[in-house]
Design a binder for this molecule. Structure first.
Ligand code: HSE
Length: 306
C-alpha cells in the first residue's frame, strides 16, 4: 500500500470518574488524514485544512507521533501527510489525539502493521505531550481501540479495552470558546483528600462494572467527579444550568468532556438523547454564546480506513 486515507474520531476523556484513565470514542465527529509514502526519507506535512497548525514536523502532534513510531521501528521511511481538521482545537473532544493517533495508525498500515493498535498508543501519546505538556492516553487510546478504554497504569503502560453498551448516546455540547488542555491542567490541585479519592475510585470501579453488565442506571450513578470538575467547571459558560437541564431531561449522567469546554450528557437510547438536545437548544436560543452540538453513538472500532 502506497497511500491511505483515514477517519480519526473525536473522543471524550475522563468521563467524570476517570481523570486521565478513562475515555470513549465518538462515531460521527472526526478528522480525515491522507498519508503517502515518499522516496525522500523525509516526513513532510504537505497540507492542513480546517485549522491553523504548524507544518514543521517536530512542532506538529502528528509529526512527533510518527517520529516516535519510526524511531522505535528503526525505519527511515518518508511520508507526505495531509491533515483535514474537523475537530476544533481546544474543544475538549480530543483534537490533538485524533491527529496523533490517526498519524501512527496510518503509517502502521502503510508499513504492514508492525505494531498492534494497543502498541501504537505509546507513540500517539508523544503528540499529547507536545500539545499539553502531559502524555495522557485517555483520548488516544479510545481513538485507536474504539469503545471505552481504561489506563490501568502509565508506568509500565497498560491499557484495557472495555465493552461499549450499544444503547449509550453521547450528547456533546461545545461552547465556542477555546480552552487549552495545558491551561486547564495547570489549575487542577495536585493533592486530593482521602474522602474524594474514595468517592472517585468507588465510582470508577462501578462504572467499569456497569459497562460489562449493561447497567445503564449504574453508569449514570457513577458519573461523578469530586476532584477536577469543581475547579474546571468555573471556566465553562452555563455549566450548572446545562448539568441540571441534562439530568432533569433524563440523561444518565453529565460531565466535562476531557479538559473542556465541551460537556457531555450520557443518555440511554436515541429518544433520551433527543430530549436532552432539545432542552439545550431551547435553553441556548436566547443566549449570546455560539455552540456546536453532536449526538453520537459510541464508536466501537475507532480509527477507520476510508
Ligand atoms: N485527561 C486529560 C485532561 C484529557 O483532562 O487533561 C484532555 O483531553
Amino acid at each position: 500500500m502506497e497511500e491511505i486515507k483515514i477517519f480519526a474520531p473525536a473522543t471524550v476523556a475522563n468521563l467524570s470518574c476517570g481523570f486521565d484513565v478513562l475515555g470513549c470514542c465518538l462515531q460521527n465527529v472526526g478528522d480525515e488524514m491522507l498519508l503517502k509514502k515518499n522516496d525522500l526519507n523525509q516526513l513532510r506535512i504537505t497540507k492542513i485544512t480546517g485549522a491553523d497548525l504548524p507544518m514543521e514536523i517536530n512542532k506538529n502532534v502528528a509529526g512527533v507521533a510518527i517520529l516516535a513510531f519510526l524511531d522505535r521501528l528503526g525505519s527511515k521511511q518518508g511520508f507526505d501527510i495531509e491533515i483535514h481538521k474537523k475537530i476544533r482545537s481546544g474543544s475538549g473532544i480530543g483534537s490533538s489525539a485524533a491527529s496523533s493517533a490517526g498519524a501512527v495508525y496510518a503509517v502502521n498500515k502503510l508499513l504492514d502493521d508492525p505494531f498492534t493498535n494497543n502498541e501504537l498508543i505509546e507513540f500517539a501519546m508523544q503528540g499529547e505531550l507536545l500539545a499539553s505538556g502531559n502524555a495522557h492516553a485517555d483520548n488516544v487510546a479510545p481513538a485507536l481501540l474504539g469503545g471505552f478504554s481504561l489506563v490501568r497504569s502509565y508506568a509500565p503502560l497498560e491499557i484495557l479495552a472495555l465493552p461499549a453498551p450499544s444503547e449509550i448516546r453521547m450528547v456533546v455540547l461545545h461552547p465556542m470558546i477555546e480552552i487549552k488542555t495545558r491551561d486547564s491542567r495547570a489549575i487542577i490541585k495536585q493533592n486530593v483528600t482521602l474522602a474524594s479519592a474514595i468517592a472517585q475510585w468507588g465510582n470508577l470501579g462501578a462504572f467499569v462494572s456497569a459497562l460489562y453488565t449493561n447497567d445503564y442506571k449504574l453508569m449514570g450513578r457513577s458519573l461523578h467527579d469530586a476532584i477536577v470538575e469543581p475547579v474546571r467547571s468555573i471556566l465553562i459558560p452555563y455549566f450548572d444550568e446545562l448539568k441540571k437541564l441534562a439530568l432533569d431531561n433524563g440523561a444518565l449522567g453529565f460531565g466535562i468532556s476531557g479538559s473542556g469546554p465541551s460537556v457531555f450528557a450520557m443518555c440511554q437510547g436515541d429518544s433520551a438523547a433527543e430530549e436532552v438536545k432539545s432542552a439545550y437548544l431551547n435553553f441556548l436560543q436566547d443566549k449570546e454564546m455560539g455552540f456546536e452540538l453532536h449526538v453520537s453513538e459510541i464508536n466501537k472500532t475507532g480509527i477507520r480506513i476510508l
